[in-house]
Write a protein that binds this ligand. Structure first.
Ligand SMILES: C[S@@+](CC[C@H](N)C(=O)[O-])C[C@H]1O[C@@H](n2cnc3c(N)ncnc32)[C@H](O)[C@@H]1O
Length: 380
C-alpha cells in the first residue's frame, strides 16, 4: 500500500500510538481479506441450503438473506469483530489528535492565513447553518461527533480524525493523500469526456478536501469550490490545502440549497456523499446541482458499489445495519436515473454508469473488485 503522506495537519504518533494504529490496520486487513470471504462460503455451503430445505426455495431478496445469515455463528463472529475494529480504529486516531489538538488548531489558524502559489484558498463558515438530521441523529460510521461537531473553539479534530481514520479504514488503499475517490472520478472524466475543460468546479460534501484538491490540481485554471456541512472538517480542509499549496474556496453549506447563483459551475461533483444523505435530501441535492450548472454543464456523483447478488448486497449493507451508514441501504435498489429525472434533468441527458479505474498493483488487493457507480447528467 502507498504510505500515508504526512502533512502539517496530521497528528504525530508516539511509538505506542503508532503500534495501536498498525494493529487496527492489520486487524481490519485480516477481517476483510481473510475472514469476510468466509462469510460468502458459509452462505453457499450451509446458510442458503438450510433456507432452501426449510422453505422449498432460495431466499427471495437481501432481507431474507439477512435474516438467515445473522443466525449463523461464523457471520456473527466476523460481524462482531468488524464492529469492534471500527470502534478501535476511531480510538486509535482520536488519542493522538486529542493530545495535540491545541497545536493543530494553532497550525490551522496560521496555515489559513498563509498564501502559497498564485492564489490563496479561502474558508467561509456559517455558524447559523442547520446541520441536517441525517448527520446529527447518529454518528455516521461511528465517528464520535461525526463530521460536524465542534468540541472546542476553531476545532479541527473531526478533520484530523477523518483523514487518518479513512486511511486505516481502507488499509491505505485510498492512496497517500486519500486521493482514490477523486482520482477515480477524474479518470472517468479523462476517459469519457476528454475535451472537458471546466473553468468552475464545485465539490459537494468535500469533507477534508481530499478529492477537491485532486480537481484543483488537474484543472489549475479553474476556480474550485468545496462545500460541506461540517465546520471542523472544513477548517482542516482549508489548512491542509494551504499546506499543499492548492487554492480551493471552501464554504460551509448544505448541498440541498447553497448560496451560489444559478448557473455558476461547469462541473458539479460529489464523491461518496449521496449515500450519507436521505431520500428527500437526495432529490433536493440533485435539483440543486441542476440549478448550479451552466447550460451544457456536467454533474457527476461517484458512489460505492452496492453488489449485484442478494448476498453481495447484504454484505455491502453491513455498513448500514452496523456502522451507522443509515441511508446507504436505501440506495441499494434506488433508481438513480429516475431520481435525476425527477430533479429536472432530461431523460436522455442522464447516465448511470459503472467504472473501474486502472489501479497500481499495491492498491489492487483491497479495491480490485470495486466497480464504482457513477451518476452522470448534463444540463440542457
Ligand atoms: C464520506 S464523506 C466524503 C468525503 C470526500 N468527498 C471524499 O471523497 O472522501 C461525506 C461528506 O459529505 C458531507 N455531506 C453529507 N451531506 C451533506 C450535505 N447535505 N451538504 C454538504 N455536505 C454534506 C459530510 O459532512 C461528509 O463530510
Amino acid at each position: 500500500m502507498p504510505a500515508f503522506k504526512q502533512h502539517p495537519m496530521v497528528p504525530q504518533t508516539t511509538h505506542d500510538e503508532q503500534a495501536r494504529q498498525d494493529f487496527v490496520s492489520a486487524l481490519r486487513g485480516h477481517l476483510s481479506g481473510r475472514l469476510m470471504p468466509g462469510a460468502y462460503q458459509v452462505y453457499a455451503a450451509r446458510v442458503e441450503p438450510a433456507f432452501r430445505s426449510k422453505h422449498g426455495r432460495g431466499p427471495k431478496d437481501e432481507h431474507e438473506v439477512r435474516h438467515a445469515m445473522t443466525e449463523d455463528p461464523y457471520y456473527q463472529f466476523w460481524s462482531a469483530m468488524q464492529r469492534r475494529s471500527q470502534e478501535l480504529l476511531w480510538e486509535s486516531v482520536i488519542d493522538p489528535t486529542e493530545r495535540q489538538l491545541p497545536e493543530l488548531i494553532d497550525r490551522a489558524r496560521t496555515l489559513g492565513k498563509r498564501g502559497r502559489g498564485k492564489r490563496r484558498g479561502t474558508l467561509r463558515l456559517d455558524p447559523k447553518l442547520v446541520v441536517p438530521k441525517y448527520h446529527t441523529a447518529a454518528d455516521i460510521h461511528l465517528q464520535p461527533g461525526g463530521y460536524h461537531t465542534d468540541f472546542t473553539a476553531d476545532d479541527v479534530a473531526a478533520g484530523a480524525v477523518y483523514d487518518k481514520g479513512i486511511n486505516l479504514y481502507m488499509g491505505g488503499a485510498l492512496g497517500e493523500e486519500n486521493n482514490l475517490t477523486g482520482d477515480t472520478l477524474l479518470a472517468y472524466v479523462r476517459e469519457k469526456h476528454p475535451s472537458l475543460k471546466p473553468r468552475s468546479i464545485l465539490d459537494l460534501g468535500c469533507a477534508i478536501g481530499n478529492s477537491t484538491v485532486v480537481w484543483a490540481r488537474a484543472f489549475p485554471k479553474a476556480r474550485v469550490h468545496g462545500i460541506d456541512v461540517g465546520a471542523p472538517v472544513l477548517r482542516y480542509a482549508h489548512a491542509r490545502a494551504q499546506a499543499m499549496g492548492v487554492a480551493v474556496d471552501f464554504s460551509q453549506q448544505n448541498a440541498e440549497r447553497t448560496d451560489f447563483a444559478d448557473g455558476s459551475f461547469d462541473l458539479v461533483l460529489s464523491h461518496i456523499v449521496l449515500h450519507e444523505t436521505s431520500k428527500s435530501a437526495l432529490t433536493r441535492v440533485l435539483a440543486e446541482c441542476r440549478r448550479l450548472l451552466k447550460p451544457g454543464g456536467l454533474m457527476l456523483h461517484l458512489e460505492i458499489p452496492r453488489g449485484r447478488t442478494d448476498i453481495e448486497k447484504f454484505m455491502h449493507n453491513w455498513e448500514s445495519y452496523n456502522n451507522n451508514e443509515t441511508f446507504s441501504r436505501y440506495m441499494t435498489d434506488l433508481d438513480l436515473k429516475a431520481e435525476t429525472i425527477k430533479a429536472g434533468f432530461a431523460a436522455d441527458a442522464v447516465l448511470v454508469d459503472e467504472f473501474a479505474p486502472k489501479l497500481d498493483v499495491a492498491q489492487m488487493n483491497y479495491t480490485e473488485h470495486f466497480l464504482w457507480k457513477i451518476l452522470a447528467a448534463f444540463k440542457r
